[in-house]
Design a protein around this ligand. Sequence first.
Ligand SMILES: Cc1cc2nc3c(=O)[nH]c(=O)nc-3n(C[C@H](O)[C@H](O)[C@H](O)COP(=O)(O)OP(=O)(O)OC[C@H]3O[C@@H](n4cnc5c(N)ncnc54)[C@H](O)[C@@H]3O)c2cc1C
Length: 384
Amino acid sequence: MGWRIDLPPQALPADLAALRADVRAFCARELAAHPPALRAKSWLCFDPSFSRKVAAQGWIGMTWPKRYGGGERSALARYVVLEEFLAAGAPVAAHWTGDRQSGPMLLRFGSEAQRMRFLPRLARAEIFFCIGMSEPDAGSDLAAIRTRGRKVDGGWRIDGAKLWTSNAQRSDFMITLVRTEPRGATRHEGLSQFVVDLRTPGITCRPILDLTGEPHFNEVVFEDALIPDDALVGVAGQGWAQVTSELALERSGPERFLSAYPLLAEAITTLSERGQLDKAGDALGRLLAHLMTLRQMSLSVAGLLEQGHDPATEAALIKDMGMNFEQEVPRIVEEALEATPDAIAVEPLARMLEMVTLLAPSFSIRGGTREIMRSIIARDLGLR
Ligand SMILES: Cc1cc2nc3c(=O)[nH]c(=O)nc-3n(C[C@H](O)[C@H](O)[C@H](O)COP(=O)(O)OP(=O)(O)OC[C@H]3O[C@@H](n4cnc5c(N)ncnc54)[C@H](O)[C@@H]3O)c2cc1C
């Protein structure tokens, strides 16, 4: 077999310990009154005022150039900050998309005017972004999108609908993928990306309730919405290559295995305080061992990204293994609590377990489904 997975060991530089201590102290201070159920929701919880406090610390856009409001820190420094936020269950959703995805996209493909217009405001948490890729009949098969952009005098007219757009109703801008030219030799030709102001006339957000009863995502309808020429990101017709590189940013970070961490930590603390860890020790210990392995793999990908490599297969592998792990956490915690019935009644733990149980089905859909991740891995390894 000619294939291999390349995950060299990557240690965190010792000088990041001080940064970790700062973030941990910040979270302890700012989240003292943050309810357990919301901590269990972790990076889905949208709180602009918390994001502005994070921005004031310089922890949004940490890796971006200073001239765009960034901090010119390393990707590993950013990694440490993310780990601490996720471990604390911090409500980071408001700035999450801009920091992880839309900002880096604009940095890479945007015009100088777009960078100057958006990045400093993103880094200050003054504006928030969402991602408009999926549509009613195009999720896994993203190239099947039908939202159309028509060139007119003064800009583009957009018609169509995006679906499952997280937090669109609370965001200011969306980077969206639109068909602007007929299909060429392949379906991947003729797609373009735009940065769209969601207050544009002709754009309507219709919130959709998720299993927890919250309007987390939306249908976003475009009806002859006129967006200006300078909303085009990168090159018209080249949106597919751009969007694929964006997806790589989504798949290997600590959010792919730490979403359920606050629940796991709370279960271990509660059971050990009650002297009940013995019965559940094996199962919870196995989860922790998996967690540390996933962390090493994810750190390795972060190191490769920092060195300018493109570890797409390894990133898909981490997403696949990470979402399996995250979905196992509520199941195993529930079993551990059934073995120790009086622990079930502990209010914070019960609320957290309920929340993660309701969220868990989405872990293997958002950011690319299990089957799609496995198809990517198999293709890249030459197995299909
Ligand atoms: C919590 C959450 C938040 C989201 N937020 C956003 C967002 O902000 N922006 C955005 O654009 N999208 C978002 N999405 C949408 C998400 O990216 C899509 O749901 C996902 O890509 C799957 O697409 P789909 O729903 O159309 O399902 P489909 O693609 O129709 O898939 C249905 C089933 O068929 C399987 N399948 C499909 N094709 C294949 C194949 N070729 N081989 C094998 N199996 C296959 C899938 O694995 C899945 O099990 C979000 C989804 C969730 C759950």
